[in-house]
Design a protein around this ligand. Structure first.
Ligand SMILES: C[S@@+](CC[C@H](N)C(=O)[O-])C[C@H]1O[C@@H](n2cnc3c(N)ncnc32)[C@H](O)[C@@H]1O
Ligand SMILES: Nc1nc2[nH]cc(C(=O)O)c2c(=O)[nH]1
Ligand code: SF4
Ligand SMILES: [Mg+2]
Length: 243
């Protein structure tokens, strides 16, 4: 077995984002990202600020820690990062979780393909809009979406989730939906203050942003089959880490 760079293992909590929002789940957060989004709420995974907290862990060590934290009280594990799709050897952890009858969710931006994507139960692709400062490689994203659309197992769920901060991001999101109309499509409110500890003020700002995004969407005849979601955990726990 080979080692995986891990920054956080936490839970049980609820999935705060995307197609399985509200789902009780454990989290494993890997270190390292090929992007550096301007508003990344998990920048400690790639900016060096938490490099001393990175643990190189074998899959069975990760499983042991998940069991210590979650006991028999979980059946879902969400893998996020950083970009977990940088790690070819994540397949070993995925096999172990499957053997333990755990459902697996994965969060990735769609910049890298891994063959183990087919083994994920709920796969969220989250290409990044202009406000992130990143540029989407549509060859790679297209390759990933096409593979999953044509070769995935019937029971695997795949979705596209775009974080929206402004009008340009919204246009980007619409373009993504137009390119891949067959993929369940989600808009997510962006959190533009990922450092504040003033939860009340943050909540009000996030609610206003959610209102803005809903208003835009409901008056837009070009977007019909869309789900507009908050980043639920920030509404409940603010910018707290490990929840
Ligand atoms: C931290 S990322 C890690 C996984 C992967 N790198 C990705 O971006 O999809 C997990 C999710 O959080 C979202 N996210 C990051 N920063 C955010 C922010 N400030 N507001 C809203 N969503 C954010 C990302 O778009 C992504 O969907
Ligand atoms: N509760 C909760 N839900 C989440 N959904 C996606 C997360 C992530 O950081 O990838 C996340 C997270 O960090 N916490
Ligand atoms: S791709 Fe994800 S983890 Fe990487 S910088 Fe962007 S939001 Fe953060
Ligand atoms: Mg997060």
């Amino acid at each position: 077995m080979s080692k995986i760079p891990v920054l956080e293992i936490f839970g049980p909590t609820i999935q705060g984002e995307g197609m399985v929002i509200g789902q009780k789940t454990m989290f494993v957060r890997t270190a390292g990202c090929d992007y550096s989004c301007s508003w990344c709420d998990s920048s400690f995974t790639w900016d060096g600020s938490a490099k001393d907290s990175i643990r190189q862990m074998e899959p069975d060590e990760i499983w042991k820690e998940l069991k210590e934290l979650g006991g028999d009280g979980f059946s879902f594990v969400t893998i996020s990062g950083g970009n977990p799709a940088l790690l070819k050897n994540l397949s070993e952890l995925i096999s172990l979780l499957k053997a333990e009858k755990i459902k697996i969710c994965l969060e990735t931006q769609g910049s890298r393909w891994q063959d183990w994507f087919y083994e994920i139960d709920e796969l969220t692709l989250s290409p990044k809009p202009p406000s992130s400062g990143m540029k989407t490689d549509f060859d790679v994203l297209g390759y990933i979406v096409n593979n999953l659309q044509t070769k995935r197992k019937a029971e695997q769920q795949v979705s596209l989730k775009i974080v929206v901060f402004d009008d340009k991001d919204y246009e980007y999101a619409k373009n993504i939906h137009k390119r891949y109309p067959g993929v369940p499509f989600y808009l997510q409110v962006g959190n533009d203050d990922t450092v504040t500890a003033d939860d009340r003020n943050l909540l009000q700002k996030l609610l206003d942003k959610y209102d803005w995004l809903i208003e835009k969407t409901i008056h837009d005849n070009d977007l019909t089959d869309v789900k507009v979601l908050p980043q639920l955990h920030t509404y409940v726990w603010g910018n707290k880490r490990g929840v």
